[in-house]
Ligand binder design. Sequence first.
Ligand code: PMP
Ligand code: GLN
Length: 389
Amino acid sequence: MRERLVARMRGHGTTIFAEMSALADATGAINLGQGFPDTDGPEVVKQAAIEAIAAGRNQYPPGAGIPELRRAVAAHQERFYGLGFDPDTEVLVTAGATEGVAAALLALCEPGDEVVMFEPYYDAYAAVVALAGARRRVVPLRPPAFAFDPATLAAAIGERARVLVLNSPHNPTGKVFGDDELAEIARLCVRHDLVAVTDEVYEHLVFEGRHRPLATFPGMRDRTVTVSSAGKTFSLTGWKVGWVCASPPLLEAVRTVKQFLTYVNSAAYQAAIAVGLGLDDAYFTGVAADLCARRDRLCRGLAAAGLEVYVPQGTYFVTTDVGPLGVDDGAAFCRSLPERAGLVAVPMQVFHDDPDAGRTLVRWACCKRPQVLDEAAQRLARLAETVPG
Ligand code: PMP
Ligand code: GLN
């Protein structure tokens, strides 16, 4: 066994979502940990999957994904962002965004190369960079604004830097990178000849303004591997249909790796997501507005319970500081929370390299039914009342 590699994977906290969901299942606690909605996405998309199965679309699809989904992804990029991609040479279907990011990083990084990413980071990035034998260089995002210092970003781009990973809207903070920040990131990618791998799975879950892909910035179209997926946009996280858009040489490299990871995936679901991507604009704005109301509801409840709340601009997640409850270790707090309050949340220190950063930050998922969010907030308020001070 590759003991050291496996230990490093564990060290990346890769199992935190599974650990917390297992804890919720075992204790019957309300699960605001792992990010998944408690209601399914559009009926028309679910029906399309049922019909695709009934129609016999159950064997291996083409390696790049079924043509109708590749065309639907290209049309989506054009419709929402004015980005033109050739469905035959510039779009690849993957097993969720997870595989898209993994195949991209494995394709782009030589052992010893450096990958620049913002901290806190989504756990899979650190794990895949380690799998590739590459090294990560992190640039801090800290509350309350989760802004980065441009000089710190520039300093993190060393001789061996090859790739920059950008996740916006950002998990776990809920930050949506602003146009000025994106322009600065783009400028540095061009100047240092970096390829950007962008994880845009929350692209339609933005509460104010709009999502802007990094690929739309000057010089970025052909140096960006844009990754997204259907899970969040259509509240169907278990289907694992994702995609990658990139210039032909980059896409070819990603496809070459992807074919030996999963080869292909989700034939019938691919057909259904092609239908989903073609829904009218009202669907996409509606899903954001609906989630925004849930965000507000959860934020109010968390603030009323005495937590410091950093209101997110997008994503499924609300970041809080539980320090005001007298807590000095968010991980211990989260592990005791099911028993003490019938709740599950995610400690954010596992998404940091700096052991002191994020010690008292805790992430809560707002993609749940309103009554579930209210009940969670009430449980937390009762717990806070019992905490001395
Ligand atoms: N990236 C981010 C930032 C995520 O939060 C998630 C989790 N849903 C993923 C990627 C994984 O996406 P998928 O389920 O499409 O693999
Ligand atoms: N992206 C989801 C989250 O951040 C979880 C996905 C997973 O379990 N890997 O909670």
